[in-house]
Design a binder for this molecule. Structure first.
Ligand SMILES: *[C@@H]1O[C@H](CO)[C@@H](O)[C@H](O)[C@H]1NC(C)=O
Ligand SMILES: *[C@@H]1O[C@H](CO)[C@@H](O)[C@H](O)[C@H]1NC(C)=O
Ligand SMILES: *[C@@H]1O[C@H](CO)[C@@H](O)[C@H](O)[C@H]1NC(C)=O
Ligand SMILES: *[C@@H]1O[C@H](CO)[C@@H](O)[C@H](O)[C@H]1NC(C)=O
Ligand SMILES: *[C@@H]1O[C@H](CO)[C@@H](O)[C@H](O)[C@H]1NC(C)=O
Ligand SMILES: *[C@@H]1O[C@H](CO)[C@@H](O)[C@H](O)[C@H]1NC(C)=O
Ligand SMILES: *[C@@H]1O[C@H](CO)[C@@H](O)[C@H](O)[C@H]1NC(C)=O
Ligand SMILES: *[C@@H]1O[C@H](CO)[C@@H](O)[C@H](O)[C@H]1NC(C)=O
Ligand SMILES: *[C@@H]1O[C@H](CO)[C@@H](O)[C@H](O)[C@H]1NC(C)=O
Ligand SMILES: *[C@@H]1O[C@H](CO)[C@@H](O)[C@H](O)[C@H]1NC(C)=O
Ligand SMILES: *[C@@H]1O[C@H](CO)[C@@H](O)[C@H](O)[C@H]1NC(C)=O
Length: 866
């Protein structure tokens, strides 16, 4: 039980001393502090390494003398007259351990200010002895791992004017309730209960807190209607009730003289229109109403906040109409985000009036027309004014015509991210394009109508995405100077010529190279030097010829290799991974241990199948996790996890004979081998049975002979198996009936014989799966097995039915298999048809994460300022 010290403090014989001399601290309080230090201070357990300690308890010394006066200790404040400890500021002080009411801290009954934020009390409840500290005016216990119901005794702290219990580890305010709290603590000026779970409405009693200047109730599971009186509190400067998904808010009429500086209603049921009386909030600095249901137009009076507003974020609402030109008068705004709305009209030339803007996001609207380029006399303003701009996203609008010349002059020093994708831009105003963005890392021009030669950004570029345009001409060797490039996506253009042989210069940074669907020809150059970071290489659907580059085997991180539909003439095993190392099976790193998708279809590969490789392709053998890990996450964002914003729309498009099928999201464990339509010879190695994660195996249209290995039964995840149009002999192994996932099976046009297995999946395959094997018998064929002896002998080697063209039906069958994937939550991809890979939205995602991080940081900073 709390022990109250009886402190006697007659103004200690002060008559004998100079009156300026402050009294020393009281022995009882000194020992209480030392005991508290002993119990909780542990320097090796600091939670916030990145911040310095606010108070260093190492200065708290037991000895008499200088170190003994606790009033001089770090973080301790004493009353000048009485010498009583009246303030303890122990934020970020490496305090840790469960705390209860017997802690010596609660003997400091004269405390007026107590701050224990950013420590770690290990999910303790807030001790009820807090009620002993009756003189408290300020109590800050944020982010210190308190848990459970807030004790009733807090209601006794009736002199509190600041209370911050935010961001703890599951605090609750149910009994007592928020209403009890507001009715007891009538002197509150600042209240922050973010992350405290309440499951109640905000009570009308809020209207009585006439001195409230800051009310922050983020993520408190508030429900019901926000009382209009909240907006009318006479001194309220900060109102933040974000992330209360069940809290209904209707925007009130704001009166002139309203002192609000910061208004945050994001992630609530805030609906209706923005009132034009917003213009009366002449003190407003920050307006943050995202992820709500706001509709209607943005009132032009928002532009009247010009004087002070620095942060305008109305992202993810249903706002429509044009962006009022008055908004371009917001000269102090540095964050301007109207993305994910339904705004229409053009981007006005006056946008250059946003002279302080650092982040500008108008993406995902219905804007249209050219980029404003007609601004005369703006040259200086533009360059000077937007000098700090770092991030521009104008994607997913209807912006047309050319990228205006002046755009290239915008923020040449600071721009990091430029996204112009998914518009109707036709190109740049002059060629060669002279980019001046010395620090640009992301340039996204995808899905436009850009013609002309490929523009080359400067060396700072990490992600250059220009796919799905109409770019022409060759890739200039100058591209080899982009020594920071990580992703180069030029797929689906009209680029041609031979690839520059210096491409290997990029291999120490490049991990995605997509040149699919162009008109490149000639030999594929070396893509690697000593180092090779490549994870994904897609050169499919071009006219490459000759041999594969030998050095690819150094790219041990390769996960996806698509060379489909070219004219490559090579043998498989002895080339791709070749080599001496094959004899050292313990050294897996030489054989594409991560390979998941390999497509060499429709080329002129020859030679035997890569028997030994199958033992090394580990990624096809082990499922890493049962979770649904999307391929995109692992390939494109190795270190970043999904956030609640945006989505990774990493999709593959399968294109064949005019039919296009798109698949969003590919599961990581999907594994594919497609070696179809080549000149492979020899037998199917039985080691293929070790690739137990294989989903799709296509060896059709080759000259493979021998029998079907029964080890295929181990491929229990196989969805599609195509061995058609080869020279296979022998029986269909009855063990294949164990492949219960099999949805597509084709062994037609071989020399197989004997009875067709009839069990499980095999009951579903039809005649076509077996056609052209004259010695097969049994259902679904009409031939009975006893009739076999009457049949002619198999045709001799080499004389096969291979000449017959691939039929549509066949490819459609493949598609049907795919549809099968698509209809469930599992979505797959077959190769053997050509595909392109699109990376979408992940930059936005990354950006949002940046926003979240920043938000958290601001939160901390704000708290420290308070
Ligand atoms: C101090 O913290 C470290 C790291 O959390 C822990 O290992 C150690 O046991 C703690 N010491 C005491 C005395 O609690
Ligand atoms: C305080 O109480 C806890 C149990 O609530 C006990 O474990 C601890 O030893 C007590 N500490 C002191 C100093 O009495
Ligand atoms: C509360 O504050 C008032 C005025 O500041 C003071 O007179 C009173 O003693 C305080 N109450 C307590 C319990 O400290
Ligand atoms: C808290 O206040 C209630 C009345 O509001 C009173 O009955 C109780 O004794 C007080 N508790 C303490 C510890 O002062
Ligand atoms: C509000 O603050 C004023 C002075 O700042 C004070 O006189 C008044 O008592 C306070 N009102 C309440 C309800 O605490
Ligand atoms: C909201 O608060 C609860 C605790 O009440 C916490 O578990 C949850 O993580 C918080 N949500 C967010 C998005 O911070
Ligand atoms: C919001 O209301 C729904 C439906 O009543 C409920 O399932 C959900 O948990 C509520 N959310 C919060 C944060 O309380
Ligand atoms: C500002 O508030 C006054 C009332 O104080 C109101 O008459 C006026 O319409 C408001 N201004 C705007 C732009 O709504
Ligand atoms: C923008 O501000 C200028 C002067 O500061 C003013 O003349 C103009 O009317 C304002 N534009 C709008 C659309 O409010
Ligand atoms: C861009 O800036 C250069 C100087 O760096 C200047 O010569 C040129 O006129 C500017 N172009 C436009 C369109 O503003
Ligand atoms: C197939 O699995 C069986 C046991 O399930 C195992 O003995 C055999 O070695 C496997 N075959 C291959 C080729 O991995």
């Amino acid at each position: 039980m709390a022990v109250s010290l009886i402190l006697v403090h007659p103004v200690l014989s002060s008559g004998a001393r100079p009156t300026s001399r402050k009294p020393k601290c009281h022995e009882g309080e000194r020992s209480a502090l030392l005991e508290f230090k002993r119990a909780f201070f542990n320097k090796s357990s600091c939670r916030f390494y990145d911040y310095p300690m606010t108070a260093n308890l190492e200065s708290w010394q037991a000895a008499e003398g200088e170190g003994g006066d606790c009033c001089a200790w770090d973080g301790v404040e004493c009353d000048d007259e009485t010498g009583c400890v009246i303030g303890l500021d122990l934020e970020i002080s490496c305090l840790q351990g469960p705390i209860s009411s017997n802690a010596s801290l609660f003997r400091l009954v004269h405390l007026r200010r107590l701050n224990l934020a950013y420590n770690d009390f290990k999910s303790s409840r807030i001790p009820s002895a807090i009620g002993n500290l009756r003189e408290l005016t300020s109590l800050v216990l944020s982010e210190s791992s308190f848990r459970g119901q807030i004790p009733r005794e807090v209601l006794n702290l009736t002199n509190l004017s600041f209370l911050d219990l935010s961001y703890n580890n599951g605090l609750e305010l149910k009994s007592p309730s928020l209403e009890n709290l507001l009715r007891s603590l009538t002197k509150l000026e600042g209240l922050d209960l973010s992350d405290v779970s309440m499951s109640s409405p905000l009570p009308d009693a809020i209207a009585d807190l006439s001195n409230l200047t800051s009310l922050v109730l983020v993520n408190c599971s508030l429900r019901g209607e926000l009382p209009v009186a909240t907006f009318e509190l006479p001194r309220l400067k900060t109102l933040d009730v974000s992330d209360n998904e069940n809290l209904s808010i209707r925007m009130p009429e704001f009166r002139r003289g309203n002192p609000l500086k910061s208004l945050s209603l994001s992630g609530t049921r805030c609906s209706g229109q923005l009132p034009s009386s917003l213009g009366n909030l002449s003190s407003l600095i920050k307006l943050d109403i995202t992820r709500c249901e706001l509709s209607g137009v943005i009132p032009s009076s928002v532009g009247e906040l010009l004087v002070r507003l620095t942060h305008l974020d109305l992202r993810s609402n249903k706002l429509s109409g044009e962006i009022p030109s008055s908004l371009m008068n917001l000269t102090k705004v540095n964050y301007f985000d109207l993305s994910y709305n339904r705004l229409t009209g053009r981007i006005q030339p006056q946008i250059s009036g946003l002279t302080s803007v650092v982040e500008l996001d108008l993406s995902h609207n219905r804007l249209e027309g050219p980029m404003p380029s007609t601004i005369s006399g703006l040259k200086n303003l533009r360059v000077l004014a937007l000098d700090t701009l770092k991030w521009i996203d104008l994607s997913y609008n209807g912006i047309s015509e050319q990228v205006p010349r002046w755009m290239l002059n915008v923020s040449t020093k600071n721009l990091v991210h430029l996204n112009l994708s998914n518009n109707s831009l036709t190109g740049f105003s002059s060629y060669p394009v002279e980019f001046k963005w010395a620090n640009l890392q992301t340039l996204d021009l995808r899905y436009n109508r850009m013609e002309g030669p490929l523009p080359l950004p400067l060396r700072s570029i990490s992600f250059y995405l220009a796919s799905n345009n109409k770019l022409r001409g060759q890739i200039q060797p100058a591209i080899c100077q982009l020594n920071s490039i990580q992703i180069l996506d030029l797929a689906s253009n009209e680029l041609s010529g031979v690839l520059p042989s210096c491409l290997s210069n990029l291999s120490s940074t490049l991990w995605t190279l997509s040149l699919h669907g162009n008109r490149f020809y000639g030999r594929i150059p070396q893509l690697q030097k000593e180092a090779c970071k490549l994870k994904m290489v897609d050169l499919s659907d071009n006219q490459f010829e000759g041999l594969l580059p030998r050095g690819l085997r150094k790219c041990v991180g390769l996960e996806l290799l698509n060379l489909g539909n070219n004219r490559i003439t090579d043998t498989f095993p002895s080339q791709l991974g070749s080599l001496p190392n094959l004899k050292k099976p313990q050294n897996n790193h030489q054989h594409f241990p991560k390979l998941r998708i390999i497509d060499l279809s429709m080329n002129n590969f020859s030679g035997g199948l890569p028997s030994k490789y199958f033992d090394f392709w580990n990624a096809m053998k082990f499922t890493k996790t049962d979770e649904m890990v999307y391929y995109a996450d692992s390939i494109f964002q190795p270190n970043v996890h999904k956030s609640s914003f945006g989505d990774y729309d990493y999709s593959m498009k399968i294109f064949n004979k005019g039919i296009e099928t798109k698949y969003n999201k590919i599961l990581e464990y999907l594994t594919v081998i497609d070696l179809s339509s080549n000149g492979f010879v020899g037998e199917i190695p039985s080691s293929i049975g070790s690739l137990t994660e294989l989903h799709l195996l296509n060896l059709s249209h080759n000259t493979i002979n021998g029998s079907i290995p029964s080890s295929l039964r181990n491929l229990t995840k196989l969805k599609a198996l195509d061995l058609s149009r080869n020279e296979l002999t022998g029986k269909i192994p009855p063990e294949l009936t164990q492949l219960t996932s099999l949805e597509f099976f084709d062994v037609s046009n071989n020399h197989l014989s004997g009875p067709i297995p009839r069990e499980k999946q095999f009951n579903t395959f039809e005649n076509g799966s077996y056609a052209g094997n004259f010695r097969l018998c049994g259902a679904p064929l009409t031939k009975k097995c006893n009739d076999l002896k009457a049949l002619p002998p198999p045709p001799s080697n080499g004389v096969s039915v291979k000449e017959e063209p691939r039929t549509w039906i066949k490819e459609l069958n493949w598609k049907v298999v795919l549809m099968g994937f698509a209809s469930g939550s599992v979505i797959g991809v077959v190769v053997g048809l050509n595909y392109t890979v699109r990376i979408e939205r992940w930059f936005v995602n990354e950006f949002c994460q940046g926003k979240q991080r920043r938000r958290r940081w601001h939160r901390r900073r704000r708290r420290r300022v308070v």
